[in-house]
Design a protein around this ligand. Structure first.
Ligand code: S3P
Length: 426
C-alpha cells in the first residue's frame, strides 16, 4: 500500500489514540496465568498485540471480545495447554521474548516463530537466562527464531542484564513467576517498568529499585479490571507533527506517561517544545494524562547514554524533528536500533536523504545537522511501522506531495494512523 502525504496547513484537533502496545502485551500475558476473568479496556489495536492474543488462545485460554475490549479467562499458573500448532508472534519481538518466559516453565514443548523481520532478530538474550533457569531451547543458528522451547520446572536465578532491555527483563520476571524462590534481575534495569507495575497489581510480590528487581515465585495472581492508557509512542508522531507544522495545536487524551516512558516529554521540553499536561491521574498503577502541544521552534540536542534507551522507539521521529531544529540532533549509544524491526539507523538515514536532508550514519547512531529544508520524496517504510509513521510526519513539512511505500506497516502498532492523520489537517 502506498500513501500520499502533502504539505500541511496548521493541524488542529483532540485525539484519542489506541491503547499502549507495551502495556497491552503484558496485561494479556499475565491475565492468562492469573485466576479468573480479566477485562481489559482500550486494548491496543496493533497487529503485534493481536499476535499475543492469538498465542494466548492457542495455549488453551479463552479470550472473548473484539475491537478494544477483551476478557481473558485466566486458568492460573498451571492452566496452559500444549498448543496444537506452532505459535506465531508475527512481527512482534515483545510477543516472542516475553511469552518465552512463560513457555520455558510449561510441562510441554512449544515452537514459536515470526515473520521475516522477526526471524532475523536476536534471541540469545533470552535463551541464555532461560537456560540458566532450567529450560532447554533450540533456535535457528543458536540465536534466531523459530524457538523450540522444552519447558519444565525452573529454578530462580540472579541475572545481570547485558543490555537495558525491558523485553528481556520481562521475560525473566515472567519465568520467575514459576520458579521456586526469588528471581533477581540486576544491571541496567532502568527500562520501562510496566511489567513490575502490572505484576504487583495482579498480586505478585515484586520489589523494584533502580539497580535490582526481584520477584517471589509461585504467587497467586488474581484477575483484574484494567484499562490500558493510550500509547505515548504512538502519540509521539502527533506531538512531532504539531511541533513541526506552524500554527498547529493538538490535544491528546488519556496518554500513558509512566516516568520510565516520559523521557520523550522532558527531552522535547528541553528543546523548547510547548507541551502541557493539564491533568494527571493514576490508573492501575500507571500515570495517565492529557497532553497539549503547540507548534514550537526546537533547539536540537544530543541523545546518548541512558537517555538513548529511554527514547529508543521515538528516535526515528526525533530524527525528523532534529533535521528541522535550530542546531540538529546527534544520537549515540544506539546500536540497539540496528536490531529493531529494521536497522533503524540505516532506514532513518536512508529516508532522511530522500527528503533532501544531510545525515551521517554513525556505527552507534547518527548525526543530523539542523535548519534543513524538507523536499517531497518517495519514502520506504522498509516494512517497519515506526519508519512509515516518522516519514509521514516529515512529509507534512515537505514542499509538495510525498509517497510512503509499504505504508500498511503502520498497522503493527497503530492501524488507525493514516485516518487519524487525515482527520487533523486543514
Ligand atoms: C518494549 C521494549 C523495547 C521497545 C519495544 C517494546 C517492551 O524493546 O523497543 O518496542 O514493551 O518491553 P527492548 O526491550 O528490546 O529494548
Amino acid at each position: 500500500m502506498q500513501k500520499r502525504v502533502h504539505l500541511a496547513g496548521p493541524l488542529h484537533g483532540t485525539l484519542s489514540l489506541p491503547g499502549d502496545k507495551s502495556i497491552s502485551h503484558r496485561y494479556a500475558l499475565i491475565a492468562a496465568v492469573a485466576e479468573g476473568a480479566t477485562r481489559i479496556r482500550n486494548y491496543s489495536t496493533g497487529a503485534d498485540c493481536h499476535s499475543t492474543l492469538a498465542c494466548v488462545r492457542a495455549l488453551g485460554i479463552e479470550v472473548e471480545g473484539a475491537g478494544t475490549e477483551f476478557t481473558i479467562h485466566g486458568r492460573g499458573l498451571d492452566g496452559l495447554r500444549a498448543p496444537a500448532a506452532d505459535l506465531d508472534a508475527g512481527n512482534s519481538g515483545s510477543t516472542i521474548r516475553m511469552l518465552s518466559g512463560i513457555l520455558a516453565a510449561q510441562p510441554f514443548t512449544s515452537r514459536i516463530l515470526g515473520d521475516e523481520s522477526l526471524s532475523r532478530r536476536p534471541m540469545q538474550r533470552i535463551i541464555q537466562p532461560l537456560e540458566q533457569m532450567g529450560a532447554r531451547i533450540r533456535a535457528r543458528e543458536g540465536r534466531f527464531p523459530p524457538l523450540e522451547i522444552h519447558g519444565g520446572p525452573l529454578h530462580p536465578i540472579e541475572y545481570e542484564l547485558p543490555v537495558a532491555s525491558a523485553q528481556v527483563k520481562t521475560c525473566i520476571l515472567l519465568a520467575g513467576l514459576f520458579a521456586d524462590g526469588e528471581t533477581v534481575v540486576t544491571g541496567p534495569v532502568a527500562s520501562r517498568d510496566h511489567t513490575e507495575i502490572a505484576l504487583s497489581e495482579f498480586g505478585a510480590d515484586v520489589a523494584a529499585d533502580p539497580e535490582r528487581i526481584s520477584i517471589c515465585g509461585r504467587p497467586r495472581l488474581t484477575a483484574l479490571e484494567l484499562e490500558a492508557p493510550s500509547d505515548l509512542s504512538s502519540a509521539a508522531f502527533f506531538l512531532a507533527a504539531a511541533l513541526l507544522v506552524p500554527g498547529s495545536r493538538l490535544s491528546i487524551r488519556g496518554v500513558g506517561i509512566n516516568p520510565t516512558r516520559a523521557a520523550l516529554l522532558d527531552f522535547l521540553r528541553g528543546m523548547g517544545a510547548r507541551l502541557r499536561i493539564p491533568d494527571l491521574e493514576s490508573r492501575n498503577g500507571e500515570l495517565v494524562g492529557e497532553i497539549e502541544v503547540e507548534h514550537s521552534t526546537l533547539a536540537g540536542g544530543t541523545i546518548e547514554g541512558p537517555l538513548t534507551a529511554a527514547l529508543i522507539d521515538e528516535i526515528p521521529v526525533l530524527a525528523v524533528l532534529g533535521a528541522a531544529s535550530e542546531n540538529g540532533l546527534i544520537v549515540r549509544d544506539a546500536s540497539e536500533l540496528r536490531i529493531k524491526e529494521t536497522d533503524r539507523i540505516r532506514t532513518v538515514v536512508d529516508n532522511l536523504r530522500r527528503l533532501g536532508v544531510a545525515a551521517e550514519e554513525l556505527p552507534d547512531g547518527m548525526a543530523i545537522p539542523g535548519k534543513q529544508k524538507f523536499h517531497a520524496a518517495e519514502f520506504d517504510s522498509f516494512g517497519d511501522h515506526r519508519i512509515a509513521m516518522a516519514f509521514a510526519v516529515a512529509a507534512l513539512a515537505a514542499d509538495g506531495e510525498s509517497l510512503i511505500d509499504r505504508a500498511e506497516a503502520a498497522s503493527v502498532s497503530f492501524p488507525e494512523f493514516w485516518d487519524t492523520l487525515g482527520s487533523i489537517g486543514s
